[in-house]
Design a protein around this ligand. Structure first.
Ligand code: ATR
Length: 276
């Protein structure tokens, strides 16, 4: 019998997740159907329960529902708890379990696809919203020596950093981002500024000093943040398409117990959105 999965969000029409999971299923011989599921902003829980009652086995959750997904679950993995948000829901006889595969997706893309050694590497993380919160613990677990959260609203950066307690995480505003702080770092954009076409107030010298620049956003063309980075003379950079595929693979593994091969799916997707 075909098992049903979906990605739920608002908006959702342009999600790449159905194509990714359908490709994983074909590759691994899993009998699943994976669709995009729109939810009105004020009806998330009802749409999720309706999907579960209809026999749905699992959901991916995207903006703006990741915190709500975390809240409605009956069980939460350690990584979902560290993120305070869920991108994966699993329905079974025990109820609804929440997990978060975004962080592990980022780490696998960086270490596997881009061959970046994270052990001992300092990180500067731009942004203090849900996207940023979800990747801090996985970056530390992968060996990052410290995480400096930099945010437009500085108190939000400080607040997010404090959530990680004794771990080497601190927060500042963009005005305190001295280029010297960026020496040898992994510089990650987890803000939504680029989605609105806005640049970030990162000094050119910071891009130059960074060992690697990563944008969690992706697109057919270079994202505004990566354009900023290359114009400034950044040594190496990547967009978030690989993270998207890797987080999907980890969700697929949680649901189906099989690990798909992400590389062909990543290459196909890169071609589909317009190779650079
Ligand atoms: P998400 O869940 O995607 O992280 P969010 O919680 O709304 O969404 O967070 C968006 C992040 O992008 C925040 O860090 C936000 O900064 P503020 O906390 O100061 O709002 C950041 N952001 C959005 N637009 C920005 C811009 N034009 N310049 C700088 N930062 C921006």
């Amino acid at each position: 019998m075909t098992d049903h999965y979906a990605v739920i969000g608002n908006p959702i029409a342009h999600s790449r997740s159905p194509a990714i999971h359908t490709a994983f299923a074909a590759q691994t011989g899993q009998d699943i159907c994976y669709q995009a599921l729109f939810s009105p902003r004020d009806a998330f829980e009802a749409v999720v329960q309706g999907f579960a009652v209809g026999g749905g086995r699992g959901l991916n959750v995207t903006l703006p529902f990741k915190e709500q997904a975390f809240a409605l679950a009956t069980r939460r993995s350690a990584r979902a708890q560290a993120a305070g948000a869920a991108n994966t829901l699993i329905f079974d006889a025990q109820g609804i379990s929440a997990d978060n595969t975004d962080g592990v997706g980022l780490v696998r893309d960086l270490t596997g696809r881009h061959r970046l050694g994270l052990a001992g590497m300092p990180v500067i993380l731009l942004g203090a919203g849900g996207a940023a919160g979800g990747v801090i613990q996985p970056l530390l677990a992968a060996g990052a020596s410290r995480v400096l959260v930099v945010n437009r609203t500085a108190p939000r950066a400080v607040q997010l950093a404090e959530r990680f307690g004794p771990a080497p995480v601190s927060g500042i505003g963009f005005s305190d981002l001295d280029p010297a702080l960026a020496e040898g770092v992994l510089l990650v954009n987890a803000t939504s500024a680029g989605l609105a076409g806005h640049d970030l107030p990162v000094p050119a010298a910071a891009f130059v000093r960074a060992a690697f620049v990563y944008d969690m956003v992706y697109g057919a063309q270079a994202t505004p943040f990566l354009r900023q980075a290359t114009t400034a003379g950044a040594r190496a950079c990547a967009d978030g398409l690989g993270m998207l595929v890797e987080q999907a693979a980890e969700s697929f593994r949680l649901w189906r117990g099989v690990q798909p091969d992400t590389d062909p799916v990543y290459r196909g997707l890169r071609e589909a959105i317009g190779a650079r």
